[in-house]
Design a protein around this ligand. Structure first.
Ligand code: ATP
Ligand code: MG
Ligand code: MG
Length: 381
């Protein structure tokens, strides 16, 4: 049986490896953490840095195909690996997605609607950005940001230069602050034969920059949910994607969709598929990477996904496992540090039966007090 190589050792690698095992594949992880979430469930690991030529060489010899679960790796390293075996998605796609400027440039050229943006290569670009986008705006590093890290909201012109100085490395990108009605995302998979499968459009609530809740399906009009899937499909095709990708979007108060960012890997906002779909995002990802045909991305239930973040959520663990209907997934991380994603809980509802605010609150049980969705509790910005 073939060996699927996964670069990165976190929870996305863990759940990918578990899906691969179910399909009869062995997995081999390239990681710097021999006891991390992915290493615990994989068949073999290469311990080393993602850009260490010796580690890459050993890894390449051990696997038949390579994918990645972590975007802050070297695209050059992926190109190097692609001389030994297929790399899916390709280093070319990683190069676009790991750099916000490259990403926005690519998506704009593909005719994809985005939040207004302006490249800030140097300090002198700040004023043109503020003039073009207005205030408030958001300054973001182009690389390495996640969970809202590497970005600052700028409310008036006097704060611009300080924000510029406190973000590194440069260049930066400025974005107009979108007064969105809600945030949506779509998981899209594309196979080696070009077949595209989109899971249903979902709604995401963030808390302190970290995904908190996903509602599947998104409680928006069918036409909007379908438009979101069409955008995700167009992006997957424009990238020549093989594998799965998360596409994050804003829905404006006037009903316009804007893409926020793309992630060519399994995505936190797709974890609901693990219990609400016969084949989940990891299954479709592994099938695409392995060159198998893709089954339809169908859903048999409505679902809510609640992330378990940091020691506060983990303090509720005994209550969670004792609550009927809570389907817990833990990532096997040793320490519940503040802001660290430790696991998630899925709640299932009959197809078409996703409840409203009060029903979700009731179903969340002990987790309702730790739920930060604006309609469900007070939101912090
Ligand atoms: P992730 O963990 O999803 O990779 P990230 O650190 O890459 O997050 P973004 O997705 O760019 O960051 O932003 C995090 C959150 O901040 C968004 O989900 C949204 O809630 C808010 N946000 C980002 N950009 C904008 C914007 N232009 N207008 C309004 N809100 C924004
Ligand atoms: Mg991101
Ligand atoms: Mg994001």
């Amino acid at each position: 049986n073939a060996v699927i190589g996964i670069v990165g050792g976190g929870q996305l690698g863990r759940m990918s490896a578990m899906a691969a095992a179910r399909l009869g594949y062995r997995t081999h992880i390239l990681t710097q953490d021999a006891s991390g979430p992915a290493a615990q469930v994989s068949d073999a690991i290469t311990l080393g840095a993602y850009d260490d030529p010796e580690a890459l060489e050993a890894f390449a010899r051990a696997v038949d195909v390579v994918t990645f679960e972590f975007e802050n790796i070297s695209a050059d390293a992926l190109d190097h690996l692609s001389r030994h075996c297929p790399v899916r998605p390709s280093g070319h796609i990683l190069r676009i997605s790991q750099d916000r400027l490259a990403e926005k440039t690519f998506l704009s050229q593909a005719g994809i609607p985005l939040a207004p943006w302006h490249a800030v290569q140097e300090r002198a670009d700040l004023h043109a950005a503020a003039e073009r986008l207005g205030l408030p705006l958001i300054l973001k590093t182009t690389r390495n940001g996640y969970d809202g890290k590497g970005q600052i909201r700028v409310h008036d012109a006097a704060e611009l230069e300080n924000a510029f100085d406190s973000l590194a490395p440069h260049p930066l990108v400025a974005e107009g602050m979108v007064d969105f009605a809600c945030e949506l995302s779509v998981m899209v998979a594309r196979g080696t034969d070009g077949t595209v499968r989109c899971f249903d459009t979902v709604q995401n609530h963030h808390w302190q920059g970290i995904l908190d809740l996903t509602l599947a399906p998104a409680p928006v009009m069918d036409a909007i949910a379908q438009d979101a899937r069409t955008l995700a499909t167009r992006i997957a095709q424009a990238l020549d994607l093989v594998g799965i990708m998360g596409v994050e979007m804003f829905l404006s108060r006037t009903g316009t969709l804007m893409v926020n960012e793309i992630a060519p890997r399994p995505h936190n906002s797709g974890h609901w598929t693990m219990d609400a779909c016969p084949q989940d995002q990891f299954d479709l990802h592994i099938r695409a990477v392995a060159g198998l045909p893709l089954p339809p991305a169908v859903r048999h239930s409505d679902a809510v996904m609640k992330n378990l973040v940091g020691p506060e959520d983990m303090a509720l663990w005994p209550d969670i496992v004792a609550t009927p209907g809570h389907i817990p997934h833990l990532y096997g991380k040793a320490q519940a540090l503040p802001g660290r994603k430790m696991g998630h809980v899925n709640l299932l509802f009959p197809f078409g039966g996703l409840p409203g605010e009060f029903g979700i609150r009731a179903a969340l049980g002990p987790l309702a007090t730790r739920c930060a969705a604006p309609d469900l509790a007070e939101q912090e910005s």
